[in-house]
Design a protein around this ligand. Structure first.
Ligand SMILES: NC(=O)c1ccc[n+]([C@@H]2O[C@H](COP(=O)([O-])OP(=O)(O)OC[C@H]3O[C@@H](n4cnc5c(N)ncnc54)[C@H](OP(=O)(O)O)[C@@H]3O)[C@@H](O)[C@H]2O)c1
Length: 288
């Protein structure tokens, strides 16, 4: 296929590199001031045009700008007559609906999205990590051709497609926030507490524990992988943890209680609370 990538940043360039390897032609890329150098480095020989020029030569136009620019960039290409029924316009955002591509749809183009469930801090990381990653593929309800095109694009980037309905994209994205961003956030809290406890490099100290935990989750699922005081029904340890937090890191008490509540619910749902949960609930209620 002839593809154009508008917004050839980290994700757009990574996808373009992978699609090129799979035999597609990248007819042009577009973006801001830094895009030219990125294209010269990772996509040698691919012309850097403006969005309208890039779209005009392509069957499939992939918009991989920051989320907030998807709608306006799409509108700009549609208004200039660069999109019609021969085009498919695709965005790569996890939280944005197909409504951002409404101007393309009004021009007769097919609209869909392919969102890599992966973190791409650099182009190099994207090219390495995207293969093997799951992608959410979204097209309008009943648009089997749109879904099929998305699945082909994902498979050609060596990803695994999963169909997600447009109205469930924000829910899907919230799930990804829990799986990734929340992990980072609680790790930052663990780092702060580890430092306060006297560990010089808490991130390095906790890494083997975290890696083993993630491996366990992948192997047996979160319910079976859960360990710790809540699942043990260990009210005394919970009380000691909370007293220490109150003394040394009072801002962390609220987070600890919320997460212990969730752990208790998970343990309860999977039938794994080993002791009477009343004692644990009493401790948590006192610190709420
Ligand atoms: N990074 C990730 O981990 C990740 C993962 C999954 C999905 N996504 C999604 O992928 C999309 C792109 O994210 P990214 O992280 O790759 O962004 P990025 O690295 O910031 O790249 C954005 C690209 O868009 C260009 N650009 C910025 N503003 C523009 C505008 N107003 N008009 C035209 N081009 C513009 C930039 O040009 P210059 O660089 O030249 O300024 C750059 O080429 C987003 O929808 C994001 O949600 C990102």
């Amino acid at each position: 296929m002839d593809l154009a990538v508008v917004g050839a940043g980290r994700v757009g360039t990574s996808l373009a590199v992978l699609w090129r390897r799979a035999g597609h032609r990248i007819v042009a890329v577009a973006g801001g001031a830094a895009t030219r150098g990125r294209a010269a480095r990772f996509l040698p020989g691919v012309p850097v045009l403006d969005a309208i020029g890039a779209a005009k030569g392509a069957e499939v136009v992939v918009i991989a700008t920051p989320d907030a620019a998807i709608g306006s960039v799409c509108q700009e290409m549609a208004t200039a007559g660069a999109l019609d029924a021969a085009n498919a316009v695709v965005h790569a955002s996890g939280a944005t609906g197909l409504d951002a591509l409404a101007a393309a749809a009004a021009s007769g183009a097919a609209t869909l999205s392919v969102h890599p469930l992966q973190t791409c801090p650099t182009v190099e990381a994207g090219v390495e990590r995207i293969p093997g990653s799951t992608f959410a593929v979204t097209a309008a309800a009943g648009d089997d051709q749109g879904f099929a095109l998305g699945e082909r694009l994902v498979e050609d980037a060596a990803g695994h497609p999963v169909r997600i309905a447009d109205e469930r994209k924000p829910l899907y994205h919230a799930a990804a926030v829990f799986a990734s961003n929340c992990l980072v956030t609680v790790t930052a809290l663990a780092e702060e507490l580890g430092l306060a406890a006297g560990i010089e490099d808490p991130i390095a100290a906790f890494a083997p524990l975290q890696e083993a935990t993630l491996a366990n989750i992948a192997r047996v699922g979160p319910a079976e992988a859960l360990t710790g005081p809540a699942v043990r029904g260990d009210a005394i340890t919970l009380e000691r943890n909370l007293e220490a937090l109150h003394r040394y890191a009072p801002d962390a008490v609220r987070s600890y209680v919320v997460l212990a509540d969730l752990a208790l619910e998970l343990a309860e749902r999977s039938g794994r609370v080993r002791a009477d949960r009343t004692a644990v609930e009493e401790v948590l209620a006192r610190w709420r």
